[in-house]
Design a protein around this ligand. Structure first.
Ligand code: GLA
Ligand code: ZN
Length: 688
């Protein structure tokens, strides 16, 4: 069960360290080393944006400064995630080789500046990156501080230059072989958009083509593939010279609402990294939701990213205080840093790393949170809370590599999300696919039931319950896999707006797909879309629940149990929630977008039927989250209070508080934002 790819035997604590900003300040670099110990840190990501320092002019490399830093960190007893600097390039390169610059979707060539803005295809850039990475690997392959490769930084964006257009056309030729096949997939004759020569194909653009959904979908797939291709090219020298050093690249979330990053299909990208890592910046203490609601979203996205590789992962960046890019950059209240750090661990992280170690003096990130503030004072509140996290992490080594044991999975799909957002129809603002998944996840989060958030190519058979909300794009082969899952005894839940288009974003004809009709013994006749102020209600086991945004009008066959019925509209009295027996399994269809209370009651009934119970029983009020990681012998239980009040919780079983090193049972009190981590020996009599 333990992660064999875990990079260390202890929890990592540290973060992005940019010594090249302080190279002329030896006293600062010395202070760093001293403070690193005081902060109980042990790992640093170095060199992420250091290209200009490493190669100040073409072909002249300067590594001495980095040698010193690496040596000092090793002497200090810490390790390094050494970065490849491709996330930002030196000005000389853009000036000498303009082809490395990105072209945007309006076909405007970008000037030098910013970061994360290179052409993904440029042969010159790819070559320069490999030269640089080879030098780094040659120089540091046997360095005692080298722990991991931090490849580039937060890959994102796309390039529309002529070289990328050609690469896209080649990608399409490989995929479709003939223009006939391409025109069929892209529904060519619509608005006379038939392609008669590969050279006519252009990436989507607001000043050109952006209404051909097959093209849009293929372009997004291509951008993911091209990014991976760029990355694979980057790591050639690393794989060659340091075959035993794990490789990662830091993934991210979209917006401060913490939905999964949209632009790249991480289900594909994750296969190319040894260990998944990502950067998490929740807007704690915001003014639009409760702390608990945000904690639920943090849980959801961490469960998704953990499930991508089905192994423990790393938080490579978070902030010890505030960030600089949210609309409002509020600092974490006392206690929140420890709580939110432990939450990362609770969902499978083996690290708490920061952006950034020391605040810079100039440019756009000078007010971004950091371990060391401009005051350079290790006694300030933030520094002390960081040190506190470090001390806690030192006691949690046994948890490294362990995993939750989830019987429930929710399915997230990047491609379906792209296609659904492209769809002109339904409610243009109300599709909200990732947010809808969060709503379903919330029911389990509040019940302390561990969840894997998986993707469509993963194995379903290890789960008892598979929840598939709003899977708009669905291939026939995937439908067949859902059938197999249910047939073998699995319980499947699906909702409105599912199975409407195939893998080319072409609608199915002749009604809702046959395989889905068989699976649920229903047919989808219409999908009704509501205005924001419209509502309906669904009666389910005697209680009435609000419905909004979407309602599916269903036709059911004899054998189906109609568990819920619409209370209003011209389809009043018709089925809204159905249950069907399929082979050895059970399938449910939820026809409308229903309120949280419905999910709470509905999923409780399903869990009861499947006899799924929390892995560790604790009685508590709303806002307290319980998450469990396990190895063969122990359960490690995280008890986290995401409320502004102290909370009484009741442990039905004795356990050992790992931090306080004492035994606990019965009632315990958690302060506001309090957290406890306890362990308990696995007991087969507990029924698991
Ligand atoms: C991202 C980047 C970092 C830094 C932080 C600020 O995660 O990777 O370099 O800019 O954002 O939050
Ligand atoms: Zn390009």
């Amino acid at each position: 069960m333990k992660n064999k790819n875990a990079v260390a035997k202890h929890m990592l604590h540290g973060g992005d360290y940019n010594p090249d900003q302080w190279i002329d300040n030896p006293e600062i670099l010395e202070e760093d080393l001293k403070f690193m110990k005081l902060a109980h840190t042990n790992a640093f990501s170095i060199g992420i944006f250091s290209w200009a320092a490493l190669e100040p002019e073409e072909g002249r490399f300067e590594f001495e400064w980095l040698d010193n830093i690496m040596n000092n960190i090793a002497t200090n007893g810490a390790k390094v995630a050494l970065a490849t600097p491709s996330g930002a390039r030196p000005a000389w390169m853009s000036h000498k080789y303009p082809e490395v610059l990105r072209t945007n979707e309006r076909r405007e060539k970008m000037l030098h500046g910013g970061r994360h803005n290179h052409c993904l295809t440029s042969p010159v850039y790819r070559e320069k990156v490999v030269v640089m990475n080879r030098k780094l690997a040659e120089r540091y392959r046997n360095h005692p501080a080298l722990m991991m490769w931090h490849v580039s930084n937060e890959y994102s964006g796309e390039c529309h230059c002529p070289t990328c257009q050609q690469a896209f056309r080649n990608w399409l030729k490989e995929k479709y072989a003939t223009l006939e096949a391409l025109n069929l997939a892209w529904w060519g004759p619509f608005w006379s958009h038939t392609i008669t020569n590969w050279e006519q194909i252009e990436s989507p653009s607001p000043i050109g083509e952006n209404m051909v959904h097959g093209l849009n979908l293929d372009w997004r797939r291509f951008v993911t593939d091209q990014t991976i291709d760029f990355y694979e090219n980057e790591i050639i020298p690393l794989r060659e010279l340091t075959p035993n050093i794990p490789v990662t690249t830091n993934f991210m979330a979209d917006t401060n609402d913490l939905i999964p990053f949209q632009a790249l299909d991480y289900s594909k990208f994750s296969k190319h990294v040894d260990i998944l890592s990502w950067d998490c910046y929740p807007a704690w203490h915001n003014d639009w939701e409760t702390t608990a609601n945000l904690a639920m979203k943090v849980g959801f996205i961490n469960d998704l990213y953990r499930s991508l590789k089905q192994q423990s992962f790393l938080i490579l960046e978070c902030t010890p205080s505030g960030v600089n890019w949210h609309p409002v950059n509020k600092t974490k209240r006392p206690g929140m840093h420890l709580l939110s750090s432990m939450q990362f661990l609770a969902h499978g992280s083996d690290s708490v790393m920061y952006f950034q170690w020391r605040k810079s003096r100039g440019s756009s990130e000078k007010f971004h949170g950091a371990v060391i503030d401009h005051d350079r004072n290790p006694n300030n509140r933030v520094f002390k809370e960081v040190a506190e996290v470090g001390k806690n992490l030192e006691k949690l080594s046994d948890i490294v590599g362990t995993m939750p044991d989830s019987k429930v999975a929710i399915l997230y799909d990047w491609e379906s999300n792209w296609a659904l957002n492209d769809a002109q129809g339904f409610g243009l603002e109300s599709k909200q696919y990732p947010q809808t998944l969060q709503q379903h996840y919330k029911a389990f989060w509040e019940k302390d039931i561990p969840v894997d958030v998986i993707t469509k190519e993963q194995d379903f058979s290890k789960y008892k319950l598979l929840v598939v909300p709003m899977l708009y794009l669905m291939s026939k082969s995937l439908m067949k896999r859902f059938q197999e899952f249910a047939n073998n005894g699995g319980t499947l839940v699906m909702t409105y707006l599912s199975g409407l288009v195939d893998e080319h974003d072409l609608t199915y004809t002749g009604g809702w797909p046959k395989k889905l009709q068989e699976l649920f013994s229903i047919n989808v006749l219409e999908t009704d879309t509501y205005y924001p102020k419209d509502t309906n209600a669904v009666k389910y086991f005697g209680k009435t629940y609000n419905a909004k945004d979407y309602a599916t009008i269903l036709e059911t066959s004899q054998q189906v149990d109609s568990l819920g019925t619409y209370q209003q509209e011209f389809y009043q009295g018709s089925p809204a929630v159905t249950k069907n027996i399929f082979g050895k399994g059970t399938t449910y269809f939820i026809g409308a977008r229903l309120e949280d209370n419905f999910h709470k009651d509905f999923y409780q009934n399903v869990l009861d039927e499947l006899q799924i119970v929390p892995p560790f029983a604790i009685k508590h009020d709303k806002g307290v989250s319980i998450q469990v990681r396990e190895d063969e012998q122990y359960k490690y239980v995280f008890i986290m209070n995401f409320t502004e009040n102290s909370q009484k919780v009741f442990l039905e079983q004795e356990a050992r508080d790992i931090i306080a090193d004492e035994s606990v049972s019965g009632e315990i009190i958690l302060n506001a934002y309090g957290v406890k981590i306890v362990k308990t020996k696995k007991d087969t009599r507990m029924g698991r």
